[in-house]
Design a protein around this ligand. Structure first.
Ligand code: SAH
Length: 363
């Protein structure tokens, strides 16, 4: 094998990928299933220990492939039970993962990119710039670690950490397939949620290839304000976003879009904004999740007062849309929404390329 070409990382492969690899090595499809199960269900990352595979197959897997996990370099526990992990990737980049226990459920919030190119004006990750996409293995690796730490698979996974999942389409779709697989983490389509700032063409693509729940970072119900808060809106404004979201949930009466709406003091938190939002969401099966703004050093916004968040929530609820306020978790360890920063070596050329790739114009 050419030394310059890295060996395939088995963590990047979904079930079909494992089966194809193993049959290519002279094994049978069910050996591929077994390999996949060893890695994800049993957490075994040494092929020698996969005792139901033949000696010959184990030897070839050991020689021609690798199982490369992100390295857990730091864990920060918060008083409310939330844990933030810093994970180091093979090239020294760092991303963050958050574990959020809540009664019988444990949600793992995973990153999909090193940094982010979307430049949302109220987000700490955006300040870090963009370095690169994560591989499927680097995304799933976060859940692999969480599963080992918890002693069982998490009940929910949200792609709401660093990065824009729909700007890293292939790797994210493969990772979701692995999370959903019964031989791996067994998560139902209602328990894996992908959050996007609104990469509209990829919402349509996602609907074709993946069963996952969709959350959309709305934050404003008119284009002028959304252009300022979520710059990708200049490329894909609300009149393109809403039909894509409607199409995503069409045909399944249990499905809804979860709209995320960060409450920014004096910016988007008045009753007139709530009314606009109600009008915008008319006819779209929706759930609204209000997120109190989590401040970070150097941020230009303030958190809306609690009474205003509640008044906004009640107004929306009154229109028949389920509306909840997200509890801020892990605030003191900067693990709350929009506070994840990792260690991103942003090279502006790369950041520019990331933005160009999704067509965002950031002034
Ligand atoms: N890029 C994806 C995934 C990030 S999810 C997306 O935009 O949806 C993280 C959620 O937290 C998004 O809704 C994001 O807009 C929101 N967020 C970002 N910064 C925040 C902050 N400082 N306080 C509260 N929420 C924030």
């Amino acid at each position: 094998m050419n030394a310059a070409v890295p060996k395939p990382n088995l963590l990047d492969l979904d079930l079909q990928g494992c089966q194809a690899l193993v049959t290519g090595m002279g094994g049978k499809g069910f050996h591929g299933r077994s390999l996949f199960k060893w890695i994800h269900k049993h957490g075994v990352v040494d092929c020698e220990a996969m005792t139901d595979l033949s000696q010959a197959l184990r030897r070839r897997l050991g020689a021609e492939t690798r199982i490369c996990l992100p390295r857990l370099v730091e864990t920060q526990p918060a008083a409310d039970g939330t844990r933030k992990w810093v994970l180091e990737l093979a090239d020294g980049q760092r991303v963050e993962t958050v574990l959020i226990p809540e009664g019988r459920r444990t949600t793992v919030c995973v990153s999909s990119q090193v940094g982010c190119a979307l430049a949302c004006s109220f987000c700490a990750t955006a300040r870090q710039g963009f370095n690169r996409n994560l591989t499927a293995g680097e995304i799933v690796g976060q859940v692999w670690h969480a599963t080992r730490a918890l002693g069982r698979a998490p009940t929910n996974v949200v792609l709401m950490g660093m990065g824009e999942p729909l700007a890293n389409f292939e790797a994210v779709v493969t990772a979701v397939d692995i999370l959903r697989d019964d031989l791996a983490y067994m998560l139902s389509k209602y328990r894996v949620t992908l959050s996007t700032a609104g990469v509209v063409p990829n919402i349509y693509r996602l609907r074709e290839v993946s069963d996952v729940s969709l959350a959309v970072s709305l934050h404003a119900a008119d284009n002028a304000l959304r252009d300022r808060l979520v710059p990708i809106n200049r490329k894909y404004p609300l009149e393109t976003l809403l039909p894509a979201c409607k199409a995503f949930v069409a045909g399944d009466r249990r499905r809804r879009i979860t709209w995320e709406y960060v409450m920014l003091d004096g910016v988007n938190d008045q009753i007139l904004h709530a009314k606009r939002l109600i009008r915008l969401l008319e006819g779209v099966p929706s759930k609204l999740n209000l997120i109190p703004f989590n401040p970070f050093p150097g941020s230009d916004f303030r958190t809306s007062p609690e009474e205003r968040v509640e008044a906004f929530r009640r107004r929306v609820l009154g229109s028949g849309i389920v509306a909840t306020t997200r509890k801020t978790r892990g605030g003191e360890i900067a693990a709350a929404c929009g506070q994840l920063v990792g260690r991103v070596r942003d090279r502006s050329r790369r950041a520019a390329r990331g933005q160009a790739a999704i067509g965002v114009v950031v002034p």
